[in-house]
Design a protein around this ligand. Structure first.
Ligand code: EPZ
Length: 419
């Protein structure tokens, strides 16, 4: 078993380059199944979810050539199966995109139910609602989701809940449908827009991604024969922005899209942090102890739930009493149990957490309970007095490329130790 060992109170200083977005890559990879041809994908993050997806696609008949750790050429002319078994799909959440992609390509999909971070109840009723509206018959039995359609016909679908996964899954299933599909009340995250941009590059006709209405005009086929570069990871960029404040440092974040970071910039400036944003890079630096803040996580462009734990580390050391309201997930405060082991004063009541700021956290052995909680614990270890050991690194490795290397280059005393 591996652990990260961090020696704290180390201000982080220097430059970090952001990788391609995990949540875009894990939608764009299955989207290649819709292409009866080849395409090249650049700026893939070198993370375990991407490697796992490539293994799944090869089992379905895809031919993948790795041009570099961040670039693949993929040929999906010969897809031989519409079945993705539970033993692989349960390893992560984004396997659910195989349903929409295989349904769109083969008019049939049999996909094991997805796994993913334990954030409480994670239903897929909106995904199923979309598939059925397009004309598919969907049944969930023995841990598998089976979807089948004689024909997929465009229609209007109102999303009862703003859902990233359901928005992208319906997009995948409707790109090759007959007629026009309207998705009303869709998610607008940068990775939703990136999937639409990828599909359009390959020959689809999708308009309005990132707005309140997405319109998909079905096309006969996606020709592919193009190259697409994955969007920079908004959440990784935000993680390093908050690391600059938590560690009392000064970090320049390169290869990001500052437009995607407006809510984080606003909250960092509100608590007394400094941000200088310039298009594809920004600088974040600490000048005084953060003041208290109230955070409510919301769908984009609101404050992202995937940065809530990292913001929690900053507020644990801020002056005064802060409140975080987690409106997306039922159970995304498990990391506060770990921060309490480091001396934090946090009270959780349902979907609200109350932070009484303390001068400094103290190092302790802690467990990563999910991907973003793991990242938050790294920020906590770097800003705490003494030694912190972080276990369950598999969560972190799913979504962050060379995480300890990137922090070490910024001055962190961090080592990955095999026990
Ligand atoms: C995606 O999860 C991300 N994962 C999550 O990031 C992220 O937290 C989440 O979007 C919100 O931004 C990937 O993209 C792989 P949702 P997803 O469908 O698609 C409810 C990370 O750390 N809902 O937008 O599963 C749901 O319960 C991960 O990178 C339904 O009710 O999230 C939740 O309350 C963690 N019915 C809300 O919608 C449905 O059919 C948002 O969920 C679907 C969702």
């Amino acid at each position: 078993m591996e652990k990260l060992v961090i020696t704290g109170k180390t201000p982080l200083n220097g430059e970090v380059v952001i990788s391609g977005a995990k949540n875009a890559a894990v939608a764009i990879l299955p989207a290649t199944l819709l292409i009866n041809g080849c395409c090249t994908i650049e700026n893939l993050p070198n993370i375990s979810d991407v490697k796992l997806y490539c293994e799944i696609l090869e089992k379905l008949g895809a031919k993948i050539e790795w041009l570099s750790p961040h670039e693949i050429k993929i040929d999906n002319r010969n897809i031989t199966s519409h079945i993705a078994p539970l033993d692989t799909t349960r390893k992560f959440r984004a396997s659910y995109y195989l349903i929409g992609a295989l349904l769109g390509r083969c008019k049939e999909a049999e996909v094991g139910i997805p796994g993913g971070c334990n954030l409480g109840n994670r239903p897929i009723d909106q995904h199923i609602k979309g598939f059925e509206a397009l004309g598919a018959n969907v049944e969930v039995s023995q841990g598998n989701i089976k979807a089948k359609a004689k024909k997929l016909t465009g229609t209007s679908i109102y999303m009862d809940v703003v859902s990233v996964g359901a928005t992208m899954n319906i997009m995948l299933a409707s790109v090759l449908a007959e007629g026009t599909t309207i998705i009303d009340n869709p998610a607008k995250e940068p990775h939703v827009v990136d999937l639409a941009n990828f599909l359009n590059t390959m020959g689809a006709d999708i308009r309005g991604a990132g707005t309140d209405i997405i319109k998909i005009n079905g096309v006969k086929e996606l020709k592919g024969n193009a190259t697409y570069s994955i969007v920079p990871d908004q959440i990784e960029a935000g993680t390093f922005m908050l690391a600059a404040i938590a560690s009392k440092g000064d970090i320049t974040i390169k290869n990001c899209i500052t437009k995607h970071l407006e809510s984080i910039i606003a909250k960092i400036e509100e608590i007394g942090g400094n941000v200088d944003a310039n298009g594809d890079h920004l600088r974040v630096w600490y000048s005084k102890r953060p003041t208290k803040a109230n955070i409510k996580t919301l769908p984009y462009p609101g404050f992202p739930t995937d940065l809530q734990p990292q913001m929690g580390v900053v507020l644990a050391g801020a002056s005064g009493t802060s409140i975080i309201n987690e409106s997306i997930w039922e159970s995304r405060f498990q990391y506060t149990d770990e921060l309490r082991k480091m001396g934090a004063n946090i009270t959780v009541q349902g979907k609200t957490a109350i932070f009484e700021g303390i001068e400094s956290l103290s190092g302790a052995p802690v467990n990563a309970t999910d991907l973003r909680a793991g990242a938050a614990l790294i920020l906590a270890g770097i800003s705490a007095k003494g030694i912190t050991e972080i276990y369950n690194l598999n969560h972190i490795d799913r979504g962050y490329e060379n995480i300890e290397e990137k922090f070490r280059k910024l001055g962190a005393k961090i080592e990955r130790i095999s026990e």
